[in-house]
Design a protein around this ligand. Structure first.
Ligand code: ADP
Length: 285
């Protein structure tokens, strides 16, 4: 069975434990695909360059990044550039023959570009054009399987390959948790999402209220109710992974000794395919 691991981009996440764990698993003959975020690093680099990230609010009140042309340039420098190369370098030091891949390589992650977004500015609804974002529609599982079969460990980062209405291609931003979910679904893998909290808590501020597992739509509804802010996106991504065919999704802390092994053994919050309603649709939000 393949394990897809997503390392969080949050400031409080140290990938060292996860990378050593990837090395142990690979040594044991397990197939591992590593994916990573890095939104914070993109913002830091923009700041160093004297530029500001643009965040917009949708009419529904959800705040998200607006990736204009310049931000996309910096995004390409930081995500598949520095962050991906750093992880590949560190894995080589752990004895893992890692291969860095961006979602654009071999059409690994492909989907329609959405360049116009509805936003609320100064209380008015507007359409803002020029966004470089998209939703993943297909995964080149064959590329990952071939890479794994060759004895390499893929390290995948966004951007993804966006298809334009005109038929051309543009690299676009996509949420890293959803990218990991799409990959886990396509490989029917276990997905381990490592972040700066030990799992999903009933009360987001109280670690002792961690939900250990959800296996039914009712239990999943409780998880959805508990998640706030960024965790909401992770729970949505988890549902997408399971709908796509993933065997399980576990949200667990990256800051542990063997974070992947222990997540696979039941640490964190584990979501099983049974959380989906019978017709395969996610239960009502
Ligand atoms: P990453 O950068 O690792 O992908 P995020 O910052 O996107 O992680 O998401 C993790 C954050 O979600 C936690 O630091 C926590 O503040 C927040 N969060 C919201 N609701 C919950 C919850 N119910 N349980 C745990 N964490 C939660």
């Amino acid at each position: 069975m393949t394990t897809v691991v997503k390392i969080g981009g949050a400031r409080a996440v140290d990938p060292d434990g996860a990378l050593a764990d990837v090395a142990r698993l690979v040594e044991d003959g397990e197939d591992v695909v590593l994916t990573h975020g890095g939104s914070t690093a993109v913002d830091e680099t923009l700041a160093e360059l004297g530029e500001e990230p643009t965040y917009v609010e949708t009419p529904g009140g959800v705040v998200g990044r607006f990736t204009d042309e310049r931000t996309m340039e910096v995004f390409k420098m930081v995500m598949p550039g520095k962050l991906n190369t750093d992880l590949v370098e560190r894995l080589h030091n752990e004895g893992v023959n890692a291969v860095g891949l961006s979602g654009t390589d071999g059409k690994l992650l492909e989907g329609k570009r959405k360049s116009a977004v509805r936003v609320k500015e100064d209380g008015k609804k507007k359409i803002k054009r020029g966004d470089h974002s998209g939703t993943i529609e297909s995964v080149n599982a064959d590329l990952l399987e071939t890479t794994l079969a060759g004895g390499y460990t893929p390290v995948v980062s966004v951007p993804v390959l966006g298809t334009e209405q005109s038929g051309g291609y543009t690299a676009v931003n996509a949420d890293a948790d959803r990218a990991a979910a799409a990959i886990a679904g396509a490989l029917e893998a276990d997905l381990v999402v490592l972040t700066d909290v030990s799992g999903i808590y009933e009360d987001p501020d109280d670690e002792s209220t961690k939900i250990d597992a959800a296996a039914t739509p009712e239990e999943f509804a409780a998880v959805e109710d508990a998640a706030e802010g960024f965790m909401t996106k992770k729970v949505m991504a988890a549902a997408e992974a399971l709908e796509g065919g993933a065997a399980s999704v576990t949200v667990a802390s990256a800051n542990a000794d063997e974070p992947i092994t222990s997540a696979l053994e039941g640490e964190g919050t584990t979501l099983e395919p049974g959380v989906l309603a019978d017709d395969g649709e996610e239960v009502a939000q």
